[in-house]
Design a protein around this ligand. Sequence first.
Ligand code: ZN
Length: 229
Amino acid sequence: MFIGHFGAGFAAKSAAPEVSLGTLFLAAQFLDLLWPTLLLLGVERVRVDPAATGINPLVFEHYPFSHSLAAVAGWALLAGLGYLLIRRDRRGAIVFALLVISHWLLDMIVHRPDLPLYPGSAMRVGMNAWSSLPLTLAIEGSLFALGIFLYARVTSPADAIGKWGLAGLVMFLLVIYLGSLSGSPPPGAAAIAWVGQLQWLLVLWGYWIDRHRRVAMPETGTRPQSQPR
Ligand SMILES: [Zn+2]
């Protein structure tokens, strides 16, 4: 799962308009931002096998700290509390924590049964949508489209960067996603980890765009939903 996670980040803007898109990307991709570092440290392991699934050539041999349900719940709690402490925004903190958990749930739809419930757990889950290219494209594509639709509805460009920066990001994500589906498998675990670190640039891109877009005020709608704070 790649653009589907970014779809979740985009979509969350409608639940917490005060939170920057960069922060929402950080939350939605928290586990996959942590994972490359754990790979580089040798704490977690991945192997390249072009026959692993119909689509994703990776065998996730060992990733209990970034991708077991219990660890993810812990990360969500820690990240949510951290956000609350820094920003004093309870709704934003809840959205942040839920996005961290959404990553695992979305991964569960596409991964083979390789997601552990807790570190050391023999039981692993995954619904293996990656066995089918049309199904994967339908799931990720609709999540991504829905996310962009919601983000574009809640925000409007404040200037040209807000408009073209968003269009550029959407195109860029689609190009690297489709490239990853059709390209040759990565040469090895180290390459995967280093490319994974580049995702931090997407988080920065999210912050940049968000600063050039303004939140459309819900007060003008039929159902005012903002509370005095
Ligand atoms: Zn993941």
